[in-house]
Design a protein around this ligand. Structure first.
Ligand SMILES: C[S@@+](CC[C@H](N)C(=O)[O-])C[C@H]1O[C@@H](n2cnc3c(N)ncnc32)[C@H](O)[C@@H]1O
Length: 286
């Protein structure tokens, strides 16, 4: 009969075994899809600075909240019960919307896209395009999954669509994320992509296509994304408006496995009334 190990030793052994497992996983990297679990976990860590989407929206909501609270104080001081009763509710609702918006833009978007990118099960040698990449929130996350591939971003760098938006800022973010060697950036319009047909394995777009004011322009952007996608490649769009339009257009262009679904509260920009949806599709193999 073997002697029972002293409890302290058992705990120590278990602890050592666990530490070794963690070390082994770090060194060898358990695989999640085509990437190591360490690389996958690391995606959540950000080193760049990515600004705020459509910064005037939360700014104006914030101004509205301040105004509503001012009305409340004036209503109370002047004993106007209607103002004193309704204004604080409006102020609180607007303040909550600002907080929700900032959460979605600074954190929720990253978490949602991290899951979407991992769901692609990339091998790591693909060529990925981000249409309207802005400061690189999604583009650079994708690049981290492409140690042997390329991540290409195209944008018009509009500061009304993202604060501090500029080619130089995105370049700097690529350096901070340690992926500058595999990222290419272009200034251009997604309605006329400067790429050959069937040159990408994956085409992405995050909160960008709706910025094109007219439906014909948005359809052109979708057509361009389909054109540059190779057969068997995948197209993923997250957006707050016009997603039914994208879904219809993708079907009309012969894309298959077309799916549209909500991206949930992580991508509510101010509340459920401005919720982002995902549209994903695949270009059929020949
Ligand atoms: C809200 S930002 C999103 C940026 C980035 N995709 C992200 O999720 O952080 C929208 C981006 O679309 C870009 N954009 C708007 N219209 C465009 C067009 N026609 N062609 C290329 N980029 C465009 C803007 O300059 C901006 O960078």
């Amino acid at each position: 009969m073997g002697l029972e190990e002293p409890a302290a030793n058992k705990t120590q052994i278990l602890f050592t075994q666990r530490r070794e497992r963690v070390h082994h996983t770090k060194m060898m990297g358990a695989r999640v899809g085509g990437v190591t679990s360490t690389a996958a976990a690391d995606l959540g860590r950000r080193r760049g600075e990515y600004g705020i989407d459509a910064p005037y929206v939360p700014l104006w909501m914030g101004v509205g909240a301040v105004f509503a609270f001012a009305v409340f104080f004036i209503g109370s001081a002047l004993s106007i019960p209607l103002l004193a009763a309704t204004a604080p509710n409006l102020g609180l609702a607007l303040a909550a919307s600002v907080a929700d918006y900032l959460y979605a833009s600074r954190y929720g978007k990253f978490a949602a896209w991290r899951d979407l990118l991992l769901s692609l099960g990339l091998r790591g040698d693909e060529r990925v395009l981000d249409m309207g990449c802005g400061r690189g929130a999604v583009l650079l996350m994708a690049a981290r999954l492409l140690p042997r591939g390329r991540a290409e971003g195209i944008d018009l760098w509009k500061t009304s669509d993202q604060s501090g938006n500029a080619l130089e800022v995105t370049k700097r973010n690529a350096e901070l994320e340690g992926v500058a060697d595999r990222v290419d950036l272009r200034t251009g319009d997604m309605r006329a992509l400067p790429f050959k047909d069937e040159s990408f394995d994956v085409v992405l777009s995050s909160l960008a296509i709706h910025n094109i004011a007219d439906a014909a322009g948005r359809a052109k952007a979708i057509d361009e994304g389909v054109r540059v996608l190779r057969h068997g490649g995948r197209f993923l769009i997250a957006d707050i408006n016009a997603t039914r339009e994208y879904e219809t257009r993708l079907r009309e262009r012969g894309m298959v496995d077309v799916e549209r679904r909500s991206l949930g509260p992580r991508m509510w920009f101010g509340g459920p009334w401005v919720a982002a949806s995902l549209v994903r599709a695949r270009k059929p193999s020949i």
